[in-house]
Design a protein around this ligand. Structure first.
Ligand code: TYM
Length: 329
């Protein structure tokens, strides 16, 4: 049986990047891989939202909103486990032990740490140690596969290193997991700045499609996407990043292939129009279900309570084993 774990951080509104890079596949493939809900775990990882300047009420609100959106996207609590990270204390319990396995040098090499710390005046220690907590999220469940976008691949690589190192030094305790990336749209780019990742924490949101954007807003953002000066429609990530991004989004929405799609168009405008409609249609059912779920907050509470209970029972024995292995009484 393959165990799957993945998560989203409530640090901003979920974007089309999060959806195409990760959530879409959790819903369509990952949650159905095993008949047991214990084998596919999806978490709103709220502790990770505290690593940079944050507003407590906003984190609380976004945590609920993200959990609701995961259900609206199609995660089914009968076939998978959906929970909030801070409800399961095993994550932080394990994180400390893994901090005693990781080195300062390897954490400082993490690309996200280097990029984010360069933008802050004061850097929280948790921004440095965050990949270790992420490793704990994964290893606590003896996870085999971690479906993520490409920006998280380095953190999963670190997780593999920590798991192997711990196992070698203290005896076999953890499964060594692997990252699984989507075939297209593993790195959806900002529509206004196609050499930067579309990010939920972007200061300017004109290049970011949020999952709850109204159809008119989505159309406007896509139609105004920055493209390149060429006129022929070709899929070329290096030379025409703006157009390539649009073709990848279209491919991920429609199940096509970017280069093959390019051949069907003779103008950028036509590509943009089809991308806008594909995204609107992709998000329409999700937005409708989101509104329905918001009308019944008690249902979400119940799903998260059950999910946390199930997750706790799964993580406990592994974290206990790690404590024993490393020398704690
Ligand atoms: P987060 O919340 O930034 O992103 C959630 C998921 O969305 C993917 N993603 C993208 N994919 C394609 N294009 C983009 N522009 C894009 N932006 C984001 C991310 O790769 C991710 O899969 N540290 C993680 C959350 C986390 C986690 C974990 C994930 C914490 N613990 C354990 C997996 C396993 C994060 O901040 O993701």
């Amino acid at each position: 049986m393959t165990r799957i774990f993945s998560g989203v951080t409530p640090s901003g509104h979920l974007t089309l990047g999060n959806y195409l890079g990760a959530i879409q596949r959790w819903v369509s493939v990952d949650q159905h891989r095993s008949p047991h809900p214990e084998d596919s775990l999806f978490s709103v990882v709220d502790l990770h939202a505290l690593t940079t300047e944050h507003e407590p009420a906003r984190v609380r609100r976004l945590t609920r909103q993200m959990a609701t959106l995961l259900l609206a996207a199609g995660l089914d609590p009968k076939v998978c486990t959906v929970f909030v990270q801070s409800h399961v204390e095993e994550h932080t319990r394990l994180s400390y032990v893994l901090e005693c396995t990781a080195t300062d040098g390897e954490l400082r090499r993490m690309i996200q740490y280097r990029e984010k710390s360069a933008k802050q005046q004061t850097v929280r220690v948790s921004l440095l140690t965050y990949p270790v907590l992420m490793a704990a999220d994964i290893l606590a469940y003896r996870t085999d596969e971690v479906p993520v976008g490409v920006d998280q691949a380095q953190h999963v690589e670190l997780t593999r290193d920590l798991a192997s190192r711990f196992n070698q030094r203290y005896g076999h305790t953890f499964t060594v997991p692997r990252a699984v990336l989507p075939p297209v749209a593993a790195r959806v780019m900002d529509l206004q700045d196609p050499v930067s990742k579309m990010s939920k924490s972007a200061a300017v949101t004109t290049g970011t499609v949020s999952l709850l954007d109204e159809p008119a807003v989505i159309r406007r953002k896509v139609m105004r996407a920055v493209t390149d000066s060429g006129s022929e429609v070709e899929y070329d990530r290096a030379e025409r990043p703006g157009l390539a991004n649009l073709l990848e989004i279209l491919a991920a929405c429609t199940g096509g292939e970017p280069a093959a799609l390019a051949a069907e168009y003779d103008s950028y405008g036509a590509v943009k129009k089809d991308v806008a409609e594909a995204v609107v249609e992709l998000l329409r059912p999700l937005q409708e279900r989101h509104s329905a779920l918001c009308a019944d907050p008690g249902y979400l509470d119940e799903v998260l309570r059950d999910g946390a209970e199930r997750a706790r029972a799964l993580a406990r024995p592994t974290v206990d084993a790690a404590y024993r292995a490393i020398g704690l009484l």
